[in-house]
Design a protein around this ligand. Structure first.
Ligand code: NCD
Length: 308
């Protein structure tokens, strides 16, 4: 465990604004939890007596489960609040929900919400640290951190690392958090998307934009594939799924253009045959999709430990 690193913020609302030292500090601590999570006895008492509330206004498998496991393994009591079955369905506003939960003295709240900015708003109404578990198309900081930890544990260095992020850049909070993190750490980041899913301002974030996937993945060290965020699309952005897979899906033929040992990443859930083919997703030599899931728990333990 890194001796004297202290996280300088109360909340983790995004990667934007974190320094290289903050990111490395979280990753160093997360690394120390990896071996612990592989042991039979995974329990520690660092957060014993504390309460973590997971408040999820959108569906989730990996993120919610891993926050829950992270809290439990550090000894905290964990409550999972699903919107269905809560008073939110009876018309309670986000801020009234925040005030209600705050009155019960939680020690941490993780929030996933379909609106960008909603998590920050909620954080201003409660007295405990708030962790953004994904807000609309804005940020998903723990996803970018676990992606970075995966890259690091595979022995890759961030400085000069060529990373291509490919897919629905416009609606992806995973893309945005990864862009902030990877550019802060000195990587060379490219984004690949159809013109309709490429935000016009994107190069201002320090990345290079490609609409031709074959050019974009040439010689890269890491390929991050993204799911089409159909739930955030208000219009028709694509001619057809078949056409999308032909032009932007990762298959063995396009993969050949990347470096021979390029890592294949995906935050999940994957849609086979839409953004990624099964031959590639299940390639045990190069796909690190399940490593990402494993390391997600370690990253969330580190974040809870640093904010606690
Ligand atoms: C991502 C999300 O929810 O933003 N999933 C995740 O947290 N692992 C990506 C997605 O839903 O496509």
């Amino acid at each position: 465990m890194p001796a004297n690193y202290q996280f300088p913020h109360r909340d983790l609302l995004g990667i934007e604004g974190l320094s290289e030292r903050d990111i490395s500090g979280i990753l160093d601590l997360a690394e120390s939890y990896i071996a612990l999570n592989r042991k039979q006895d995974k329990k520690q008492n660092l957060l014993s007596g504390r309460t973590l509330i997971n408040l999820f206004f959108e569906s989730s498998t990996r993120t919610r489960t891993s926050f829950e496991l992270a809290g439990l393994r550090l000894g905290a009591d964990v409550i999972n609040m699903q919107v269905s079955g809560s008073a939110i369905e009876k018309g309670e506003t986000l801020l009234d929900t925040a005030a209600t939960l705050n009155a019960m003295h939680p020690d941490f709240i993780t929030v996933r919400h379909p609106e960008s900015g909603a998590v920050m708003l909620l954080s201003q109404k409660v007295n405990c640290p708030v962790i953004n578990a994904g807000d609309g198309s804005h940020e998903h900081p723990t996803q970018a951190l676990l992606d970075a930890l995966t890259i690091r544990t595979k022995g890759r260095k961030f400085k000069g690392l060529k990373v291509a992020i490919c897919g629905d850049i416009k609606h992806s909070r995973v893309a945005r958090s990864n862009i902030y993190l990877l550019t802060t750490m000195g990587a060379d980041v490219r984004v690949i998307a159809p013109p309709t899913l490429m935000p016009p301002y994107i190069e201002k974030l320090g990345v290079t934009a490609y609409t031709d996937m074959r050019k974009g993945i040439e010689d890269v060290d890491v390929i991050m594939m993204l799911r089409l965020q159909l739930e955030r699309m208000s219009a028709s952005y694509l001619p057809s799924i078949r056409e999308y897979f032909r032009l932007y899906g990762l298959n063995p033929e396009k993969l050949q253009l990347a470096k021979e040992d390029a890592l294949i990443m995906h935050p999940g859930p994957i849609n086979r045959g839409v953004e990624i083919g099964s031959e590639v997703a299940d390639d045990i030599q190069r796909s690190v999709i399940l490593d990402q899931v494993e390391l997600g728990v370690a990253v969330r333990q580190a974040v809870l430990a640093l904010l606690g």
